[in-house]
Design a protein. Sequence first.
Length: 85
Amino acid sequence: MDLSGVTAFKYDEPLIRFRLLDCGLAGKWGISDKSVPPSQFQALSIPCNRIIVTENKINGLSFPPMPDTIVVFGIGYGINTLQEV
């Protein structure tokens, strides 16, 4: 099998789950809750002044609406996932 045209193999990236707590921002983006690989999360340009990072899913889902804020959650001990971001 000739693999000369293959530049790199894909791998299963972990997902970063986040919620846009700013109702206006969520409406503008058309989402409020999203999971994306770190490479895509890093490329996002989310106009917020506050980022809250919490360990588990229930905490992240329980946050009330807050202006200019996102919450990143459900990573648990995988906090190193955010190191590059």
